[in-house]
Design a protein around this ligand. Sequence first.
Ligand code: AHR
Length: 619
Amino acid sequence: MKARLIDRYFHFSIILLSVMAAFTSCTDDSGNMDISYVIGVAQANLSEPWREVMNAEILETGKNYPGVKIVFTNAGNSREKQEADIDKLVRSGIDLLIVSPVESQEIAPAIRETYHLMPVIVLDKAIEGYDYSLFIGADNELVGTQAARFVKEHIGEANGTVIEITGSAESLPVTRRMQGFRDELQGSENIELLGSFSADWLRDKAEDITGNNLDLFSRSDVIFAHNDAMAFGVYRALARAGITDKAIIGIDGLTGAEGGLALVEAGILEATITCPTGGREAVNRAMDILQKRDGLPKKIFLRSSLITRSILADQYSLPQRTDKRDPEDPVVLGFAQLGKESDWREANTKSVISAAKKSGITLLFEDADLNQEKQIAALRSFIDAEVDVIAFSPIVETGWDEVLYEAKAAGIPVICSDRTVKVADETLVTTYLVADFVEEGRRAAQWVLEETGDSRDVRIVEIGGLPGSAPAIDRRKGFAEMIERYPSHTIIDSDPGDFIENLGYNVMTKMLVRHPRIDVVYAHNDDMALGAIRAIEEAGLEPGKDILIISIDGVKAAFQAMKNGKLNCTVECSPLLGPQLMKAVLDYVNGEELPLRINTEEGVFPMDVARESIGSRSY
Ligand code: AHR
């Protein structure tokens, strides 16, 4: 088992940091003379062991690509130095930049500038906006949630206390981890957070903090540190004071002498939550970008898992194929589509079918006709057929636990394509290949706010997607979150149109009767907006002028409506998920660990750019 974990969380006991003195050499890292690509890595610092592992993974993975040279810089945690490093790398003639930002927001302008010159992969700390090729990192909010779940389970029903030791106070991963931790603990009246201290990711600082606050620490049941190094520092201070009955939990799960896995195994830490560095993924994706492969995502969130001593000793809980498939056999994918409610869905179905064909994957395809029971039955039929991988586009978020447990018990991995699910055990889904629906809602709101400028009393109506579905829930959330900040703008009505054009028409017809004045229609998809346009015209009003209309998807019919001046804007949500899905299926079958979540690339298309872009729309 340990061997498998070590394999999973790949480590290097000797860290080979190749900080190249000059960038002019013509050999790659294996001494070949033929350099096709140079990748520059702007590392934030090397004082954290986690970052040393990241660099070592990058270097090691680079060796799989003959002709690739990797050059590293180390910013020593200084933003100015990292800006200078990026500049130096760019001037030296790199083809692609991988940057792990010192502080993401401050370094964002330098990243944006570089992105105009070459592809940029942002590792670990996300930056706002989309001015980069790809983001790869952990879902830090989920990491915080996982820590809180551990605390809840450890404390149980009794009253209990916890102390938190965070990384550098200003950093985004810290904010997200704190958020996830607190949200999950909310409502647990029996658990008291005794204190939260920042130890800047450093073991010795955590040790000092603990030593200086022994009174408080001795009253806590659990100590949650944002990395294993700090967790170890806490342990050392407590052990010196003879206190050994505390459950200490860290994050990272690195191997090596003071790595989290060894600390858990030795009983020093009660648990660690793995936080992959993304180094390997970054190099593999860099090569996909440089070689212009199909189906490139915008964001990849890596999987984090809770590791306790018993998990180390038992089975690792990710789904495993029970049979050894013959590599000569074709890969079989069972795909359960949810229906054909919209143009988007039809384009999605076509994309899946054609990508499967192109990749040589045998596809078992079922259409659930907008019926959850039928979709569950389709999943069961794939389990019976012993397919290699199951993928589905879940019609609603909840109600999947049972059938997904059945798939897990059969050793079949499940990929959620397009939409997310809410399940009690997150290992039931191997990966999510989805759009960021909350962000789509935010972008729609942003457009409304920009378009309506200083207007007062802007009345907005919302035509929602299918109730209970992830896009309907999240698009509503993202939109409302932004609009609610402006007292000048009000969502005066909201009704579902289930993503269906005719229902969009019906909802709009009723809203026009109910409200003497409507300024903006926000529809959760283009089809419903097209229905709303019909209703507005029938009411004798001019869509796009008397009432502004914004929707989501970016299908061809929406571009046509924009060209005709009837729709004002569409926020893209790409249905062309087939190539990325097939890549994930093949990666899995070839033994690669899939990330937790893959987000697709999307844009915003206002009316004035529709005319130029309509020709290039492929769905
Ligand atoms: O899940 C994606 C949504 O489902 C699309 O935006 C909508 O058109 C579709 O029916």
